[in-house]
Each structure stands twice: as structure tokens, then as C-alpha cells.
Write a protein that binds this ligand. Structure first.
Ligand code: GDP
Ligand code: ZN
Length: 309
């Protein structure tokens, strides 16, 4: 039976790109209960599905959903304990950030990366608008920020959607992968997508129409095919991505460079805040661990996440 990947979900219909690249509109057959979590949507973008064409029609029924390798969820509503699945089976989550116009705070970047760790999904950081950083000072800030995240173990890519600089490296990175694309409004996500997928504007307008109100196109995640193979998952629900699923007991483990140091703390249950002989604090003092990362860890330990910026 044919298989494919869900590229868009709008209520009870799912657009599925078959392994033969044809897109088929599918519905679910019967009821699916998946992985024991209460969800408001049984199938999400990125899900692999097995489907069966309906006799005499060009639509299909989803008959099976193989286990997911990962999924990202958010609470369906503030009061509900049910979850809404934003996307599944991601190879990477990509954060598009900017040093200037607007400046993405390290607090936001670090929460995003820690959340990706909690989901066990590799993360990549893309600094866009490098054309605005051609002064020596701009270069220094960009390199300093990039060093922090490369030292933590994350790939960092510098691009300019405006000049096209390094778009080929980004394309190379994305090739044949399923990558969730996110970042604050104004960092240039639409401009990057238009660079990566020429002609998309003309085809769907879904991305560039985002400022129009009341359009359903922007309330559902959507996978956008890359010309050289691979998918960009665009998710309007991503605002919550950086806020979910972080527990203080395990927060330090969500910082890979801290995770490596923790076995050297004197106390096994060290919180790296006030304990003596803490390998994490020592690394901060020695300059081996970026103080912004440590400070953001402390902020996350001490605050709730309501002051997002
Ligand atoms: P989005 O909200 O993340 O989708 O951001 P947009 O793609 O709408 O871009 C926001 C603004 O930044 C627009 O005015 C773009 O023209 C501008 N912009 C996007 N990419 C770049 C870039 O690489 N360099 C410069 N200088 N401006 C950019
Ligand atoms: Zn410690």
C-alpha cells in the first residue's frame, strides 16, 4: 500500500505527499489512538502514513500511522490538559535569529534550544541579515554569538536572504531533511523561504499572506517542498515551542555543554546555583562556559517563562 508524509492538515482532511511525490487528500479511517497521549489532533504534519485510494475517487483513507521518531506538542488550550501535536518526525528544528533588526535575545535562543533538547530533536541556528553586520563591530558580535552556540555543540549558519549570501550552504544543510522552521516575526523567515523555494509566493501565497487576518492557512502547520528534496515545516504555533516541556529538575541537562560538566560537580544533585565545588560554576568563572548561557539557565530556574522576549 502507498505511503507518504502528511504535509498539511486542515480539520479532517490531510494533504499527503506520497513517496511518488503526488499529493493526495486523505481522511482517517476509523479512530486512531496513538502513543497514549490525549491529543486534539490524531495526525500532524510530518507524520508518515499508509493510505489506500478510495475506489473510484482521487481521495484516500489513512489506514495506518507508523510510530513517530519524535513530536512537538503544545497545550491545546490554556486550561486543557490535552495536547495539540504541531509536527512529528523532524530531523531538525531550525531557529532563525538576527543580531540586529530585530535583535533576538539569547534568553529566547537558549529557551528554544533547551526545549529542542527536551524533545530530543537536533537544533540548528541560522543567523539571517548578515548583510547588516559588515562593520568590524558587527562581525565581532556575530562571531562571538556563533562561537557560544558552536561550543555548545549546535550547527550555526550565517545567511542573508537579502543578498543571497550563503543560501547555498543552507540549501545543502536542508537537503533531504524535514526541518521545522521558526523564529520571531521580522527575522526574515518569509524572505528565506522565498529564496529557498523560488516561485512559492506565486503558487500559494500562504506565507506572504500572513498579515491578513482570519486566514486558516496560517493557523495550521504546513510542510513546504524544497526544490532539491526535503521539507521546511512552517508552524504558526511555534510561539509556544520555547515555553513547553521544561522541568527545573532536568533543566541543566538541556544545556549540552553543562550536561558534559555535571558529572564533575561535588554533589550528584547539584543545581549549579549555590553549591560548593560546582564544575559548571567553575567553567563559567574560567570562561569555558558562556556566561550568557549560564545566566539564562539561572533565569529559567528562577522565573516562570511569562516574560518571553
Ligand atoms: P518574518 O516575519 O520572519 O517572515 O520576516 P520577513 O521575511 O517578513 O522579513 C522582515 C523584514 O526583514 C522585511 O522587511 C525583509 O525585507 C527584511 N529582511 C529579511 N531578510 C533580510 C536580510 O537578510 N537582510 C536584510 N537587511 N533585511 C532582511
Ligand atoms: Zn554543579
Amino acid at each position: 500500500m502507498p505511503q507518504g508524509m502528511v504535509i498539511k492538515s486542515t480539520g479532517s482532511w490531510y494533504a499527503v505527499a506520497g513517496d511518488d511525490k503526488q499529493v493526495v487528500m486523505c481522511r482517517l479511517r476509523g479512530k486512531f489512538r496513538l502513543e497514549g497521549i490525549r491529543t486534539t489532533n490524531p495526525v500532524a504534519v510530518g507524520d508518515r502514513v499508509v493510505f489506500e485510494m478510495e475506489p473510484g475517487k482521487d481521495t484516500a483513507l489513512i489506514t495506518n500511522i507508523p510510530p513517530r521518531t519524535n513530536l512537538i506538542i503544545r497545550k491545546a488550550t490554556r486550561l486543557s490538559s490535552a495536547a495539540h501535536i504541531i509536527a512529528a518526525n523532524l530531523d531538525y528544528v531550525m531557529l532563525v535569529a538576527t543580531i540586529t533588526q530585530p535583535r533576538t535575545s539569547t534568553g529566547f535562543i537558549d529557551r528554544f534550544l533547551a526545549t529542542a533538547e527536551a524533545y530530543h530533536i537536533p537544533a540548528v541556528l541560522v543567523f539571517n541579515k548578515i548583510d547588516l553586520l559588515e562593520t568590524r563591530e558587527g562581525q565581532e558580535v556575530l562571531n562571538h554569538m556563533s562561537d557560544i552556540y558552536r561550543n555548545a555543540g549546535y550547527p550555526v549558519i550565517h545567511v542573508s536572504a537579502y543578498t543571497g549570501q550563503n543560501i547555498d550552504s543552507l540549501q545543502q544543510f536542508l537537503k533531504d531533511k524535514v526541518v521545522l522552521f521558526s523564529g520571531h516575526s521580522g527575522v526574515g523567515k518569509s524572505a528565506l523561504i522565498n529564496r529557498l523555494v523560488p516561485g512559492l509566493n506565486l503558487r500559494t501565497g500562504a506565507i506572504s499572506d500572513k498579515h491578513q487576518k482570519g486566514k486558516h492557512t496560517t493557523t495550521f502547520a504546513e510542510a513546504i517542498a524544497l526544490p532539491d528534496g526535503g521539507w521546511l515545516v512552517d508552524t504558526p504555533g511555534i510561539k509556544e515551542f520555547g515555553l513547553y516541556d521544561l522541568e527545573k529538575e532536568t533543566l541543566a541537562q538541556r544545556f549540552p555543554e553543562m550536561r558534559r560538566l555535571m558529572p564533575h560537580c561535588r554533589f550528584a544533585n547539584c543545581t549549579h546555583m549555590h553549591e560548593p565545588d560546582c564544575a559548571v560554576k567553575k567553567a563559567v568563572n574560567d570562561g569555558a562556559l558562556a556566561s550568557s548561557r549560564y545566566q539564562n539557565y539561572l533565569n529559567m530556574m528562577l522565573n516562570d517563562y511569562s516574560n518571553d522576549n
